[in-house]
Design a protein around this ligand. Structure first.
Ligand code: ZN
Length: 90
């Protein structure tokens, strides 16, 4: 079940450097991310991983990170990424 609660953030995407001021959980029943959780930049579609939560900071996911996630989660991430990149090209 998706959680509609959003959390405030103050960080920049390490890939596109756009300011990220909000995060929303799309799958879990909690909105607050934990270290190691995965995110997707809504500006550039880059897959990110939270490295701290107070303050909220993330880094670009590596190939090694991608090996740690389930095929189902990977498929969801790629779907979200494709939607973002499709929106960008419109
Ligand atoms: Zn970005």
């Amino acid at each position: 079940m998706a959680c509609e609660e959003r959390i405030r953030a103050s960080m920049s995407c390490p890939a596109c450097n756009r300011k990220i001021d909000e995060a929303t959980a799309i799958q879990e029943d909690r909105a607050k991310p934990m270290v190691g959780d995965i995110s997707v930049c809504l500006y550039c579609g880059t897959l990110l991983r939270f490295i701290t939560v107070d303050p909220l900071r993330c880094r670009i996911m590596t190939d090694l990170d991608l090996k740690d996630i389930s095929p189902e989660s990977y498929a969801k991430l790629k779907f979200i990424q494709a939607r973002i990149l499709g929106d960008i090209s419109k």
